[in-house]
Write a protein that binds this ligand. Structure first.
Ligand SMILES: [Zn+2]
Length: 430
């Protein structure tokens, strides 16, 4: 490697970004309701909704307009992929992936999404209409910026269409500025992230990246390389139903046992009482609600894997106590691992995080390094062998009617992506 590259200054790289074009592409995508369908989460139907296929094909057409981009493809699961080969001479040029998801969340309505730009925001509560207000406190850092919201009725879907728009803009910038040196870039837009299915069928081998970034976080400068360890625990309480008139000494009510169980769960280990790095045990639903049988589903979350196992052990202990208390009731505990903290996998390739931090700093931003109280597609990919931390895409108030993103933040996030890719090239062994 003989290439000597100095980091371009923020202003140089960010001047290449056409914010108007990026916002235009974001708004076009935001109007397509690509909500994923939770009811299909247990099936092999990926994508779970047709609109995601529609968006995949629109993106395929858009990518075809970018000269230099090759291997543009949409597969049967609506995964969009493309390659931008490196323009750096030498061997061992790394291949870096950029990922974002096509679907949007279903927490609030998603039909007829009407993105609106509030230009040059001057402070105060932002009234979107239909009774939805973004409080001034959420917007304090955005005075003078152009804020994109909806009309207050629906989700915006900046999670994750801001990420897609930024990736498309970055590719366009590389196409227009061949003087910007880049590693081999692989991109993928994947379906069904919000129902945790998107990357199940993602072919890591075929994708062929050494590392990747999901562009699916919030503020510019954010890097997330740690997620919860996640387990689902199903507890089945089996009792005995008898006519209540003749039940004395015979009936065993599974619902009482279930209530006893929940009452014994530690209240200071719940999502509503924890934050930061604390884990929790969270009952989420009850099925088969009858005297003879009831089933409780819980999720267990902990950043520390040992910690997760300890919580599960406590659950089993409580189940035993409750069994004793409800003579004749049998309690069965079933544990299923959902995903694991991706930090362990990412730490095997520390440069993935290091180069992103350099990219953030080269963009004139503070590194915001924080654990995710949830999972990402990146956590699943990391554990399957593709280290994939998450970078900010700019959107805030995700999954709510108050969701917003600013044009300025999207520009910053796109700048971070370019500067991160530059760091990969700059750090090549000479
Ligand atoms: Zn997302």
């Amino acid at each position: 490697m003989s290439t000597e590259i100095k980091a371009m200054t923020t202003s140089q790289v960010s001047n290449f970004i056409n914010t108007q074009r990026m916002i235009g592409s974001f708004i076009k995508m935001a109007k397509i309701n690509t909500v994923s369908d939770e009811s299909k989460a247990e099936t092999n139907e990926i994508p779970s909704t047709k609109s995601q296929i529609e968006l995949a094909h629109i993106l395929q057409d858009d990518l075809k307009q970018i000269s230099g981009l090759v291997e543009i493809d949409v597969d049967k699961n609506a995964v969009v992929t493309a390659t931008f080969p490196s323009n750096v001479q030498g061997t061992n040029i790394p291949t870096v992936g950029l990922l974002a998801h096509l679907d949007i969340a279903d927490d609030v309505p998603t039909d007829n999404i009407q993105p609106t730009i509030h230009e040059n925001y001057q402070g105060g509560d932002l009234k979107l209409g239909h009774g939805t207000v973004i409080p001034a406190s959420d917007l304090i850092e955005h005075i003078g910026e152009d804020i994109i919201t909806t009309d207050g009725r629906t989700l915006l879907g900046a999670d994750d269409k801001a990420g897609i728009a930024e990736i498309v803009e970055v590719l366009t910038v590389y196409s227009e500025h061949p003087e910007l040196q880049r590693p081999n870039i692989k991109i993928a837009f994947t379906p069904d992230e919000e129902i945790s299915r998107g990357c199940d069928f993602f072919d890591i081998q075929k994708f062929g990246a050494d590392a990747a970034y999901t562009i699916d976080g919030s503020k510019p400068g954010e890097i997330e390389n740690e997620t919860f360890n996640a387990h689902m625990v199903k507890i089945t309480f089996s009792g005995k139903d008898v006519h209540p008139g003749y039940a004395k000494g015979k009936m065993v009510n599974s619902l009482r046992a279930l209530a006893d169980f929940i009452a014994r769960l530690p209240r200071d280990e719940a999502p509503e009482t924890t934050s930061g790095r604390q884990g929790y045990i969270h009952p989420i639903s009850i099925e088969d609600k009858s005297v003879s049988k009831s089933t409780l589903t819980m999720i267990v979350r902990d950043f520390d894997y040992e910690g997760s196992l300890n919580r599960i052990e406590r659950i089993k202990q409580i189940a035993k106590e409750v069994e004793k208390l409800n003579m004749g009731c049998s309690i069965e505990v079933n544990v299923k691992e959902q995903y694991r903290n991706m930090k362990e996998a990412i730490d095997k390739k520390p440069e993935v995080v290091e180069y992103a931090k350099q990219g953030i700093q080269d963009s004139g931003l503070q590194v915001i390094d924080k654990p995710i109280r949830g999972g990402t597609d990146g956590s699943r990919l990391s554990l399957r062998g593709l280290p994939t931390p998450n970078l900010g895409a700019g959107g805030q108030n995700f999954h709510s009617l108050r969701e917003f993103v600013t044009a300025q933040d999207m520009k910053k996030c796109a700048t971070v992506i370019i500067n991160t890719l530059s760091a990969w090239v700059r750090n090549l062994k000479k």
